[in-house]
Design a protein around this ligand. Structure first.
Ligand code: PMP
Length: 360
């Protein structure tokens, strides 16, 4: 039976990449050892990381104005690194909040610096909604402006980009990176935990504008220091080498698949199948306003929560796994990142329809 894994993260990775990793597991590049068992400073590893960065730069069209860092500590590591590196005396870190992860970033930021939160949620009558970007009340001055373009739990995606004022724009792209085209120049820092569209958890990609590296910030651990990491080629300490290798393989695979534009078309098509079905059904519902529905994470609710357990059990029997909604919001959630094939979404809709007919 084919199993389709809808986990929000760690999420499914491209099967082609996983097979290649399996083939190379014990013997990488004919070295007779695994990539996990060699020095991060050895020539083959250094060549791999160089190509990895070049590949990501091609995929996202990242200019020389930016450093690309491969850091530890996942997305939450950056919740701390951003204020520690960007703090300016007397100016708050501004957090645009529209869901659980942007709220979490703000809370962590408040441990280190003064924060100003701007709530852009405008939920009404059970419909989750947000203010358009041009209505956000951003202060003219701040240490930085942080927002989360895709709220993984709430299923809310922000497609427009805030105009840069006098403060750097920092985006937590953990669950949206490489899923659609963006203009990197619109941002000052983009960071993304790897475990959705990139590779194993723990690794975090940080794309940082070089001019920010001169900021003094706050006293901080060296492993969270952008300037040190940039100078050391992201090897201040031993990096998560296997995760880095797998990320390189995912980037190579994405390039072979047609890059980000191809992923964007693929993701749009998948999301349309699922949302169209949910909208056509009176058994399932999605609570997010259409203009800000996530293309990556689709939360949905059954007509009655009392059917949730049965739904999950039968879905699993049909090979559709990890559909349970996040514990904070309940319901179901289908995460359909780059690696999810269209057949997985079709199988999910078929199952949902059958289940609805049996329980209406
Ligand atoms: N930001 C977003 C948008 C996320 O979805 C997640 C994890 N799901 C995080 C941050 C936290 O990432 P990590 O668990 O790698 O720290």
């Amino acid at each position: 039976m084919t199993v389709y894994n809808f986990c929000a993260g760690p999420a499914m990775l491209p099967p082609e990449v996983m097979k290649k990793a399996q083939q190379e597991f014990l013997d990488w590049q004919s070295l007779g050892v695994s990539v996990m068992e060699i020095s991060h400073r050895s020539a083959p590893f250094l060549a791999m990381v160089e190509e990895c960065e070049a590949s990501l730069r091609r995929l996202m069209n990242i200019s020389d104005e930016f450093e690309v860092l491969f850091m530890h500590g996942g997305g939450r590591g950056q919740f701390a690194a951003v204020p520690l590196n960007l703090h300016l005396d007397g100016l708050p870190g501004v957090y645009v909040e529209n869901g659980i992860w942007s709220g979490g970033a703000s809370q962590e930021g408040a441990r280190f610096t003064s924060v100003e939160s701007i709530n852009i949620r405008t939920d009404k009558d059970g419909l989750f909604d947000i203010q358009p970007v041009d209505k956000w009340q951003l202060p003219a001055d701040a240490s930085y402006i942080h927002y989360c373009p895709n709220e993984t739990i709430d299923g809310i995606e922000i497609f427009d980009v805030p105009k840069r004022k006098n403060a750097p724009i920092v985006a937590d792209m953990s669950s949206v990176i490489l899923s659609r085209e963006i203009n990197v120049d619109d941002f000052d820092i983009i960071y993304a935990g790897a475990q959705k569209n990139i590779g194993p958890s723990g690794l975090c990609i940080v794309i940082v504008r070089k001019t920010l590296l001169t900021r003094e910030g706050l006293p901080r651990p060296s492993i969270l220091d952008y300037t040190i990491e940039a100078k050391q080629g992201s090897m201040y300490n031993t990096p998560p080498t296997f995760a880095w290798y797998l990320a390189a393989e995912v980037f190579k695979h994405l390039e072979a698949m047609g890059g980000v534009p191809a992923m964007a078309a693929h993701n749009k098509a998948k999301a349309a199948i699922l949302y169209d079905y949910i909208d056509s059904s009176d058994f399932y519902s999605n609570k997010v306003a259409k203009h800000c529905r996530s293309l990556m994470n689709v939360p949905f609710w059954l007509k009655s929560d009392s059917l949730n357990e049965l739904f999950l059990k039968q879905a699993e029997q049909a090979g559709l796994v990890a559909l349970e909604g996040h514990r904070l919001v309940g319901g179901m959630r289908a995460s359909i990142y780059n690696a999810m094939p269209i057949e997985g979404v079709q199988a999910l809709v078929e199952f949902m329809d059958k289940f609805a007919k049996e329980h209406s």
